[in-house]
Design a binder for this molecule. Structure first.
Ligand SMILES: *Cc1c(COP(=O)(O)O)cnc(C)c1O
Length: 361
C-alpha cells in the first residue's frame, strides 16, 4: 500500500545539490579545480588552533560565538553585535528562508545564481522565482520588475558563482533603493576577498534596515571542510536569525580554527595576490586560444565553449589527464566549464591540457 506519509509541498521539488566531483577512476591524485577551494588550505595559525582544540573535545562549545564574532568585528571594522555565525553561509541562507520565507511567500534568485538559494527557499515552503540575467550578469531592473507583494528575500552573489561577474556599488545601491522596505536584499560575498576594493556590501548593510551580507571561511580562508560562515545584518534581523539558529550549531573546533584564520590576515592578503596573478594569466591564456571568458572577480574563471558537446569533450579530456573542473550545465550554462584558480603549476597544467585538446600543444 502506498504510504500516506508525505512531506510538505515544495520539498520534493528540491534537486539534491551536487558538489564538485572529487575523484577520477584510476587517477591517484587528481588536480581538483571544481569547488573553488583554496588549494593551499588554511594558514598555519589555523592549523595550530586545530591541534590545540583536541584538548576541548569533551566540552560543549560557546553558544554565542563571542570570540569568533569579536575577531571578525576587529578585522572588518564591524559591530560584533550585528554578526551571526553559521555552519557555512549555507546555514545562514537556510535561517533567512526559515525566518522570512515560508508558504505564500516568494524568494528571488537570478538565472545563473547559486543553487542553495532555490533549495533553501523550497525547504521553507516559499516559491523560488528565477529572474533572467543579462550577459551572465545580475540585472537590477529585471529583479525590481519581478518583485511583488509576496516577495520577502532577494539573493544575489557578488561576485557571482559560477559566472565570476559582479555588480558595481552603484548598481547594488540602486537595487537596495528600489526594493520595498519589507524585502531583504542578501548580498552573498563568498568571493568578496578576491574582488579588488570591494567590502562585500558591508557599507550598504550599515546604512539600511533590510540588507544582509553573507561571508564564508570556505573559499579564500581554505576551510571548506570546517563549515563556518557568517553574516553582518541589522540588529533586528540578527535577533530573528538567532532564534532559529541551534545554540550549538558550531563546534568549538570550528570556532577556534575560524578565529585563528580570521586573525591571520597576512595569509589572506597573500592568497588574494596569488589568485589575482593566476586569474589574469589563465584568462589571458584562454583568450589566446579563442575561448570566451568574462572578466572574473572571484577565484575561478568560466570558460565558454562553442556548445555543450565541446564543453563535455574538454571536460572528458581534462579528466583523462587527471584534472577535475566543473561543468555547470545545472546552472543554465551547458556550454561552460568553471575552473578554480589554483597555484601557478595548476594554472599551467589546466591551460596546457586545454591547448592540447584544441590541437595547439
Ligand atoms: C561557495 C559558496 C558559498 C559558501 O558556502 P559555505 O556554506 O559557506 O561553504 C556561498 N555562496 C556562494 C555563491 C558560493 O559559491
Amino acid at each position: 500500500m502506498a504510504s500516506a506519509v508525505r512531506p510538505r509541498s515544495g520539498i520534493l521539488k528540491i534537486d539534491l545539490y551536487q558538489g564538485g566531483k572529487s575523484a577520477i577512476a584510476g587517477v591517484a591524485n587528481p588536480l581538483k579545480l571544481s569547488s573553488n577551494e583554496n588549494l593551499s588550505g588554511p594558514s598555519d595559525a589555523a592549523r595550530e588552533a586545530l591541534a590545540r582544540a583536541v584538548q576541548k573535545l569533551h566540552l560543549y562549545p560557546s553558544t554565542d560565538h563571542g570570540a569568533l564574532r569579536a575577531a571578525i568585528a576587529d578585522v572588518h571594522g564591524l559591530d560584533a553585535g550585528r554578526i551571526i555565525c553559521g555552519v557555512g553561509s549555507d546555514e545562514i541562507i537556510h535561517f533567512l528562508c526559515q525566518a522570512y520565507g515560508g508558504p505564500r511567500t516568494a524568494v528571488i534568485h537570478t538565472q545563473h545564481g547559486f543553487l542553495m538559494y532555490r533549495i533553501s527557499a523550497l525547504a521553507s515552503g516559499a516559491t523560488p522565482v528565477e529572474v533572467p540575467e543579462k550577459n551572465r550578469t545580475v540585472d537590477v531592473a529585471a529583479i525590481l520588475a519581478a518583485v511583488d507583494d509576496k516577495t520577502r528575500l532577494v539573493f544575489i552573489a557578488n561576485p557571482a558563482n559560477p559566472t565570476g561577474t559582479m555588480l558595481p556599488m552603484v548598481s547594488l545601491r540602486a537595487l537596495a533603493d528600489g526594493l520595498p522596505a519589507n524585502v531583504i536584499l542578501v548580498l552573498d560575498g563568498a568571493y568578496a576577498e578576491f574582488a579588488a576594493g570591494y567590502d562585500g556590501g558591508a557599507s550598504l548593510v550599515s546604512e539600511r534596515d533590510n540588507v544582509v551580507m553573507l561571508r564564508t571561511f570556505s573559499k579564500a580562508y581554505g576551510l571548506g571542510g570546517m563549515r563556518v560562515g557568517w553574516a553582518y545584518a541589522p540588529r533586528a534581523i540578527i535577533d530573528v536569525l538567532n532564534r532559529v539558529r541551534g545554540p550549538f550549531n558550531l563546534s568549538n573546533v570550528a570556532l577556534d580554527v575560524a578565529e585563528a584564520a580570521m586573525r591571520d590576515q597576512a595569509y589572506i592578503a597573500q592568497a588574494v595576490v596569488d589568485n589575482t596573478r593566476g586569474r589574469a594569466w589563465l584568462q589571458a591564456e584562454l583568450v589566446k586560444m579563442g575561448i570566451d571568458v568574462d572578466e572574473s572577480h572571484a577565484n575561478f574563471v568560466l570558460a565558454r565553449f562553442a556548445d555543450e558537446a565541446e564543453a563535455r569533450a574538454v571536460d572528458a579530456h581534462l579528466q583523462s589527464v587527471g584534472i577535475i573542473v566543473r561543468h555547470v550545465a545545472n546552472y543554465g550554462l551547458p556550454h561552460a566549464l568553471r575552473i578554480t584558480i589554483g597555484d601557478e603549476a595548476a594554472c599551467r597544467r589546466v591551460a596546457y591540457a586545454i591547448g592540447q585538446f584544441k590541437g595547439l600543444k
